[in-house]
Write a protein that binds this ligand. Sequence first.
Ligand code: KIV
Length: 283
Amino acid sequence: MSLATEGRRVTALDIRARKGGEPIVSLTSYHAHTARIIDPFVDFILVGDSLGMVMHGFETTIPVTLDMMILQGQAVMRGSRHALVVVDLPFGSYEESPAAAFRAASRVMKETGCGAVKLEGGRRMADTIRFLTERGIPVMGHVGLTPQSVNTIGGFKVQGKEDASAFAVRRDAEAVAESGAFAMVVEAVVEPLAREITRSVAIPTIGIGASPECDGQILVLEDMLGLSDWVPKFVHRYGTLAGHIEEAVKAYAGDVRKRAFPAAENTYAAKPQAETPRKRSGA
Ligand code: KIV
């Protein structure tokens, strides 16, 4: 079971207080039903903009809109009662200025009821993170591989392999921590860098492809369940759902074709007719 919070939802402050303690557990979810299943076991649920790739089949997260994030954020809030729900701000909704970011983030908070937002970027987003947190919006940062920048970083590549890149990611992480974020995702960085960042910043680091050195871990649910076609090196498949779904659908198709489904127990019978009393002869 996850964080003990006496029946209330986990907050951003609860997560912040877990720095250096028991590892923080997180998964993504985009739906009410998966949120309901994972809610008792995780500390926070991320409604990630990876939903664009996972649910909609886009090649990147770039096409995801604020309306898409709000719709799935609402579903996850309806499906969960315990975990903190964090909703990603999608590409184009926050980078222009702190005021634009506030407009997008406040819409997300009002329309979903979630407890925090996440945005990508280090030093370049520090003023925005400060602007939002000073105005009541808890912000989770995201450094290392930032998928919304795929077109400028040249692909989904591991970060921090060379000294210059490691230095840049470390400075990004420090800027995020100093600007008031309550936690940060560290994505696809080499292990020594994840360790250094985790030791040097005062807020929890949540790793994805960033080694066990982080204060917590996050995975995309569909990847760890074995629903995605391709899984990166850093994912362990804890399930093989695609195979189970295929077997179930094959069995259903076979039953329909040979009229074995629906069976009698799946069929509504008509209400038995009340017998009309026979007239007695001579009555
Ligand atoms: O969108 C997402 O799912 C994410 C995780 C990869 C951290 O940002």
